[in-house]
Design a protein around this ligand. Structure first.
Ligand code: ADP
Length: 476
C-alpha cells in the first residue's frame, strides 16, 4: 500500500493472494488493509489537502503531465501486469494503458481552465463573483475490469481540481494499482496527495469513506447494488457522490443499416474484454430484414476468435474474472435456451487444451431472445450476444428504453433523421451512432437511471471534484 508517500504493509500484518484468471497461478501477495490502514490514509490525505489545494494549476498540471509521460514510457510493463492479473489480451491491455494515460494528460491541461465568473448585479453597488474550489478529500473505489483506467479517470480530475485522494482498487486487481502508484511516486507525487489501500474485504474501507467526516466525496465504479448501498450511507453526511454502475446496452440495427457492417461492429464491441464492460451490448435489436445477413457475419467473426491466455499471440477472448462470473453467464444462457432461445454458437465453459485451469467461456450467440429471459434484463458481463428480432420501428425506442439501466446504447443506421431520433429518444448517457467506441478522456462518460450519477472525463468530470462558491460584494 502507498500511504503518506511511503510503501507499507497492513498494520495487522495480513495479506492476500492475487491470481492469474487464465491459469489459476498465484502472482503475488498484497497487503490486506483494514480499518486502521484506511484511517491512516484518510489522515494523510486530509493533512496533504491544505498544501495541495493551494498549489497553482500549473504545478498540478506538471505532476499530471509527468505521470502521463511515465505511464507511456512504462506502457508495456503496465500492460503485461494487467494481462496477467486481469486476463485481457495484451493488445487490449496496451490500449487501456493509453486510454488511462490520456486522462492524466487531458486533465493536466484542463486544470488550467478551472474558471470562475462574474455576474452582473441588479444593484449598482453590488458585485457577484463565482469561485470553483476543490471539494476536499476523495474516497475512490475502482473495479477490476479496467484496472488502470478506472483509477486515472477518477484520480486525474481529482488531483487537477486540487483534491487529495485515497484509492481502493478491486481485490482481484491490486497489482495494476501498485504499478501505477510506483509511477506516481516517480513522477514526484507529494506525500499524502494520493494514497493506495489494498484490501481483500472492501467493507471497512467503504464504511470509512462513507462515514469519516474528513472524506468529502465518494467516487465509485462497480455494481449497482454496491453503488446504491454506498450512496445511501454517504447521504447521511451529504457527501458528494459520483457513481458509474451497471449497464444493459441496446445495440440497434435499423432497417436501412448494412447488417454486415453492424455485425462487424458488434463483434468488436461485444467481445471486448470478454464482455466484461458496463457498456457492453446486452440487448441486440436487429430488424428482421437484415437478421440473416447479420447473424451470418457475426457467426463468421466469432468462429475466428481464439480463447486463451492474453499473453499469447492471436488470442482475442481472455478468461472471465472468476468462477462466479462463469456460473452467472452459464446460468443466463441455460435460462434463455430453456425459454426458447436458439443457440447459434458457444454456450459452454471452455475446458480443452488447459483452459480448464482458468475461467474461460466460449463466445456465444443466442438468437430469438425474448423479454421473459434473464438475459433480457440482467447484465451478463460475459461473451454472450443476445439477438432480438424486431419488425415494428415505432416500438423500438420503447423496447430499448425498457430497462432500469441507462449507460450506453448503439445505433446503426444510414438515415440522418433516424439517427437523430434515436440519439434524442434513447434514455442512455452515451450513444454510439455507427460508432462502437464513443469514449475518450475528453468526452463525458456516465449513465442515467440506475447506471449511476455524475460523469467522468471531459469538463463534466472535473466538475465532480469542484465546489461552486458565490461571493456577493457590497461596495457601500
Ligand atoms: P463487481 O461485481 O463488478 O465485482 P463490485 O461492486 O462488487 O462489482 O465491486 C466493485 C468495487 O467495489 C471493488 O473495488 C469492490 O472491492 C468494491 N466493493 C464491493 N463491495 C463493497 C462494499 N460493501 N463496500 C465498499 N466497496 C465494495
Amino acid at each position: 500500500m502507498f500511504i503518506n508517500g511511503e510503501w507499507t504493509g497492513a498494520q495487522d500484518g495480513s495479506s492476500f493472494p492475487v491470481t492469474n484468471p487464465a491459469d489459476g497461478h498465484k502472482l503475488a501477495q498484497v497487503p490486506n488493509g483494514g480499518k486502521a490502514d484506511v484511517e491512516k490514509a484518510i489522515l494523510a490525505a486530509a493533512n496533504a489537502f491544505d498544501s495541495w489545494s493551494k498549489t497553482t494549476a500549473y504545478q498540478r498540471a506538471q505532476f499530471l503531465q509527468k505521470a502521463h509521460g511515465l505511464m507511456m514510457d512504462n506502457l508495456e510493463h503496465l500492460a503485461l501486469t494487467m494481462t496477467r492479473e486481469q486476463g485481457k489480451p495484451l493488445k487490449a491491455a496496451r490500449n487501456e494503458v493509453r486510454y488511462a494515460a490520456d486522462f492524466m494528460g487531458w486533465f493536466a491541461e484542463e486544470a488550467k481552465r478551472i474558471y470562475g465568473r462574474t455576474i452582473p448585479s441588479a444593484r449598482p453597488d453590488q458585485r457577484f463573483m463565482v469561485l470553483r474550489q476543490p471539494v476536499g478529500v476523495v474516497g475512490a473505489i475502482t473495479p477490476w475490469n479496467y484496472p488502470v483506467s478506472m483509477i486515472t479517470r477518477k484520480l486525474a480530475p481529482a488531483l487537477a481540481a486540487g483534491c487529495t485522494a485515497v484509492i481502493k482498487p478491486a481485490e482481484a486487481t491490486p497489482l495494476c494499482a501498485v504499478e501505477l502508484f510506483k509511477i506516481f511516486a516517480l513522477a514526484g507525487l507529494p506525500a499524502g496527495v494520493a494514497n493506495l489501500v489494498t484490501a481483500l474485504d472492501p467493507t471497512p474501507v467503504g464504511e470509512a469513506f462513507c462515514t469519516d467526516p474528513r472524506v468529502k466525496k465518494l467516487t465509485f465504479t462497480g455494481s449497482t447494488a454496491v453503488g446504491k448501498m454506498l450512496a445511501s450511507k454517504a447521504a447521511l453526511q451529504m457527501k458528494r457522490v459520483s457513481l458509474e454502475l451497471g449497464g444493459h446496452a441496446p445495440f440497434i440495427v435499423c432497417r436501412d443499416a448494412d447488417p454486415v457492417i453492424a455485425a462487424k461492429g458488434l463483434s468488436l464491441v461485444k467481445f471486448l474484454n470478454t464482455g466484461q464492460a458496463c457498456i457492453s451490448p446486452n440487448r441486440i435489436y436487429v430488424h428482421e430484414s437484415g437478421k440473416e445477413a447479420f447473424l451470418c457475419e457475426l457467426t463468421a467473426k466469432v468462429a475466428a476468435m481464439k480463447a486463451g491466455s492474453g499473453i499469447e499471440k492471436g488470442v482475442s477472448i481472455g478468461p472471465l474474472v472468476n468462477e462466479a462470473a462463469v456460473n452467472k453467464v452459464d446460468n443466463q444462457v441455460k435460462d434463455a435456451l430453456k425459454k426458447g432461445a436458439k443457440l447459434i454458437t458457444g454456450g459452454r465453459r471452455l475446458t480443452e487444451d488447459g483452459l480448464d485451469r482458468g475461467w474461460f467461456y466460449a463466445p456465444t450467440i443466442l438468437d430469438r431472445v425474448t423479454e421473459d429471459m434473464l438475459i433480457y434484463r440482467e447484465e451478463t458481463f460475459g461473451p454472450v450476444a443476445p439477438v432480438i428480432t424486431y419488425t415494428d420501428e415505432d416500438q423500438l425506442l420503447h423496447m430499448a428504453n425498457d430497462t432500469t439501466y441507462g449507460l450506453a446504447a448503439y445505433v446503426y443506421t444510414r438515415d440522418i433523421a433516424r439517427a437523430m431520433k434515436m440519439f434524442e429518444g434513447l434514455n442512455f448517457g452515451i450513444i454510439g451512432i455507427n460508432d462502437i467506441n464513443p469514449t475518450a478522456a475528453s468526452a463525458p462518460f456516465g449513465g442515467m437511471k440506475e447506471s449511476g450519477m455524475g460523469r467522468e472525463g471531459a469538463m463534466e468530470g472535473l466538475d465532480e471534484y469542484l465546489e461552486t462558491k458565490l461571493g456577493g460584494f457590497s461596495l457601500r
